[in-house]
Design a protein. Sequence first.
Length: 230
Amino acid sequence: MIYHPTTPLEAVTMRKQNADTAVYLAGGTDDLRLNGSAQGKDLIDINGLGLDDIFVQDGKLYIGARCTFNQIIESDLVPEFIREAARFCASFTKRNSATVGGNIGLRRQDSYLAAALTAADAVLKSITPHGEEMKPIGEYLQSGCKRLIEYVVLDADRTGWVKRFTNTTSSHAAVTAAVSGGIYALSVSGSDFVYGTTPDLADSMEFTDDISGSAAYKKYLAKIVFTLGR
């Protein structure tokens, strides 16, 4: 079944009522693929809710959850290191459908955007059954809440850098790291997402072997990445 809510509140209420049987649908790059996250589940189609604009207001940059990666890349309003993170997605076709909200909401360990946006101290303007709330993206990524993301909000003049280590441009990332304004963020395949105000994040992590690389390889990268600089 596909639901077509007309407001964000209606969408998130549907999600709460069908917590185990429904998922949000926007770009569909993960939901609709073979064995994707939506397999066997109902869909809550949020494509009629807008949330696909990028603008600056009172020094803050707002990126709509339904904005595609290509919209981010092509916008002069978006800080360069966030645009670079979006460019990590090598497929132009995928960048034309993959959305900001979807990439964050999936909480994947190889997320293209999670490390950069967390280091940017971004917050999520989101809707819950109780109304609109602002939640730091780092806290969201470490939780299991099912709120509907409306906008990603960060300082419009934010600067920083982001690095991604992978076997090929189309492979799952072994390590993605970002730094901005004294905030460090580290995403490692097979490990929990971590962030903080010191670069020694790897010291608190456990590493495992998987398709992206050995535990030793990922541990080495995680320990040295912040010393490499841009």
